[in-house]
Design a protein around this ligand. Structure first.
Ligand code: ADP
Ligand code: ZN
Length: 624
């Protein structure tokens, strides 16, 4: 039985206990040991009288019968008196302890009496039931506390070890990660190699008076290898590695997070030199007083403790704190001051060469067939993080296993890439007019794109739906572009319009579909940015909007006037591009028909095949 089941059972018992208590309380008889109910005997009415009054009744001879209950502590008396209108009544009397002569008296007055014993079993059961409920209650409480790490994700919040550091700790770290396993983030790696050499031979540095940073902050999007770097320094320098997530310090109870920090640093300073890695440090280090949610005081205390600990080691004796975050902007400024995290290393998304390097690292333990080109994969995957790339190759390996192949071929790699970029493939469409229209739309993109000098080459055209798209055309960028020229932006707009234009030219204006809406959004975005941010329109080299799309102040002209001019320029660009696209489509109508024919047949055409088909036909005239 696992913990979850036990938990469920306990919760069930607990609820049952609550219901039980509820019922008993409702009954008015909570925990009563009185199993027999004297009232039930009352045949007329049941009123009460005191013991003294009862003795008077006895003397007056008004008592007819006495039933004793609860070891003679209660009695139901049948009596009739002039006070009661001479009608027989059953009256309840509480008999004080020590009234042992009562029975004597009853005999004396020759009164009918009967003693009713309480049911025997009740004693055990009542004791048990009275103990059981509190026991269940206390038991569940303890259980909940001990397992709140399971429930809430916070390790070590058991009352038994509150404040103990939940950090995982390896004395001889075998993280299995070396610098060779990391690619594409060379600057960060160089920085860390230096830290490793400090950890190995600190004297070399202290001799020349060099100070080694106490804290290094790794800043970058998720999956770029920040954790990997920290692990690599630990194993390369062969020092203990404490790893902990910032969220583990975020606690409900004031002081616990701070206590954990204290404990972590105590352990670390006993094991110098060592690395303390705090992932998602923004969970603890968010700017104080920013007031997001409750538990602020707790968080501030935790942060203060962290600051104190980092100030604690005056010159670095070998505890190096490595923090990772992708939100350096929300960190408290105090954390970034000299002597704390005074080194910041940006770990960005890898560029094309970086991606090739990362792919090589992850291809090492995978049998790849010769037709797989890591360069080509890298070309296709701008914007991918290291984790995405690792995932891509892993996905390809899984697919190869599924297809019962001994090695991973180009097919699996491409399918994996398609999945990750575009989502899971849907099933292909039935042959229909729609399918034909989609084919023309996609081939429109492809032909227009390859007719333009400044556009990337076609990577693949497919009619297999993916994500939200019914068909897709992929272009492979040659390399990551830092700077994009005006003619490249125009080529993008023209190519993106190529799909809709092909629909219009082939099927006529009334038949165009909603399928192009995403294309049109992209086109409008690019054109607008050309006007408002890049100064690439007749308005001239003026930034009209800043990075947040907020209008920048322009003296003299009203906002509406500026907006009108922007709109006019955007329309002009798009109209011009539509015209170019239309010309290309009309010029290449024959070849478009031919490619569409092939595409409807094969459903997917890759770039090389596409270019072959195109070459066999007309040489496309180059257009600007
Ligand atoms: P982060 O800590 O930045 O979120 P990780 O270091 O946990 O990212 O990376 C997750 C995984 O992605 C790693 O285990 C590794 O397989 C892969 N990875 C990420 N970046 C790289 C890189 N630069 N080189 C090689 N592999 C990488
Ligand atoms: Zn399209």
């Amino acid at each position: 039985m696992d913990r979850n089941t036990i938990q469920k059972i306990l919760i069930g018992l607990f609820l049952f206990a609550c219901i039980f208590i509820g019922i008993r309380a409702f009954d008015g008889n909570l925990f009563s040991q009185n199993q027999s109910k004297p009232e039930a005997n009352g045949n007329v009415s049941s009123s009460r009288m005191t013991y003294g009054r009862f003795l008077e009744y006895l003397e007056m001879g008004w008592v007819k019968q006495v039933d004793l209950y609860d070891n003679s502590r209660n009695a139901i008396v049948q009596a009739s008196s002039p006070e009661l209108g001479n009608r027989p009544q059953s009256i309840r009397v509480e008999i004080p302890v020590g009234a042992s002569q009562l029975i004597q008296k009853l005999k004396e007055y020759d009164i009918n009496f009967d003693a009713h014993p309480a049911p025997q079993k009740s004693i055990l059961i009542t004791i048990a039931s009275n103990l059981l409920l509190p026991l269940i209650f206390i038991g569940s409480l303890i259980f909940f506390f001990q397992n709140s790490d399971n429930l809430g994700g916070n390790a070590g919040s058991s009352p038994m070890n509150l404040g103990k550091s939940p950090a995982r700790f390896d004395q001889k770290p075998d993280t299995g990660i070396g610098f060779n396993d990391i690619a594409g983030i060379d600057e960060a790696k160089a920085e860390f190699e230096e830290i490793v050499s400090f950890l190995k031979e600190p004297e070399r540095y202290t001799l020349v008076g060099a100070k080694i940073p106490k804290g290094v902050l790794l800043v970058g999007p998720p999956g770029t290898g920040k954790t990997l770097l920290a692990k690599a320094i630990a194993s390369e320098a062969n020092v203990p590695f404490y790893s902990v997530a910032g969220s583990e310090f975020v606690e409900m109870f004031i002081g616990i997070g701070a206590a954990r920090i204290r404990d972590l640093f105590k352990k670390a300073s006993e094991n110098t030199p060592c690395i303390v890695f705090i992932d998602e440090i923004d969970a603890v280090g968010r700017e104080r007083g920013a007031g997001i949610g409750g538990g602020n005081d707790e968080r501030e205390q935790t942060l203060n403790q962290l600051l104190t600990e980092m100030d604690g080691f005056k010159e670095n004796k070998g505890v190096i704190v490595v923090g990772a975050t992708n939100r350096v902007d929300i960190l408290d400024a105090a954390l970034l001051r000299p002597g704390r995290f005074d080194r910041q290393i940006t770990v960005g998304l890898p560029d094309r060469l970086g991606r090739i390097g990362i792919l090589k690292v992850h291809a090492k333990n995978k049998p790849l067939s010769e037709d797989v080109s890591l360069v080509q994969i890298a070309n296709r995957t701008p914007g991918f993080s290291g984790a995405d790339l690792a995932n891509l190759l892993n996905e390809a390996a899984i697919l190869a296993t599924r297809y019962k192949k001994a090695i991973i071929t180009k097919n699996e790699v491409n399918e994996a890439a398609d999945r990750i970029i575009g989502g899971i493939a849907g099933s292909t469409m039935e042959d229909s007019k729609n399918k034909k229209l989609i084919a023309y739309h996609e081939v429109g993109h492809a032909i227009v794109g390859s007719a333009l000098d400044n556009h990337d080459a076609v990577e693949k055209i497919t009619l297999i739906p993916r994500g939200g798209a019914k068909g897709l055309t992929w272009f492979a960028p040659e390399e990551d572009q830092m700077l994009v020229s005006r003619s490249q932006l125009l080529a993008r707009i023209i190519t993106t319009l190529g799909g809709r234009v092909a629909e219009k030219v082939v099927f006529g204006e009334p038949e165009i579909t909603t399928g192009a809406s995403n294309d049109l959004q992209q086109v409008t975005n690019i054109a607008r940015q050309m006007v408002t941010r890049y100064g690439m329109s007749n308005i001239g080299p003026i930034a009209l909007e800043d990075d947040n799309n907020d209008q920048m102040f322009l003296g003299g002209e009203s906002n509406e006037a500026v907006a009108d001019r922007i709109d006019a320029e955007v329309c002009k660009i798009i109209n011009h591009c539509e015209q170019v696209a239309t010309e290309i489509i009309l010029d290449n109508r024959v070849i478009i028909d031919f490619v569409v024919e092939k595409l409807l047949d094969a459903e997917t055409i890759d770039g090389t095949e596409f270019r072959k088909i195109v070459r066999e036909y007309t040489l496309l005239p180059s257009k600007k």
